[in-house]
Design a protein around this ligand. Structure first.
Ligand code: SF4
Ligand code: SF4
Length: 67
């Protein structure tokens, strides 16, 4: 796997309702639902495109610059 992209999706686990919308819309197949309770992107796959953040009904996702 290559270098991580400069931006990535960050999920607020307290707000996420595990609806799976982000999993469905992610073009990279990067989002997954963890333990049926919150979404978390696979860091090596997320390119920070923001599709998930745009579609999340709970507004639980932000695209941030990696530290
Ligand atoms: S779309 Fe939003 S609320 Fe739904 S699983 Fe993804 S982060 Fe959670
Ligand atoms: S920012 Fe883009 S690549 Fe990353 S998880 Fe969201 S939809 Fe997928």
């Amino acid at each position: 796997m290559g270098k991580l992209s400069p931006r990535h999706a960050v999920v607020n686990r307290d707000i996420c309702v595990a609806c799976g919308t982000c999993v469905d819309v992610c073009p990279m197949g990067a989002m997954q639902i963890v333990q049926g309770s919150y979404a978390c992107p696979v860091e090596e796959k997320c390119v920070g495109c923001g599709m998930c953040a745009k579609e999340c009904p709970a507004t639980a996702i932000k695209v941030e610059v990696r530290e």
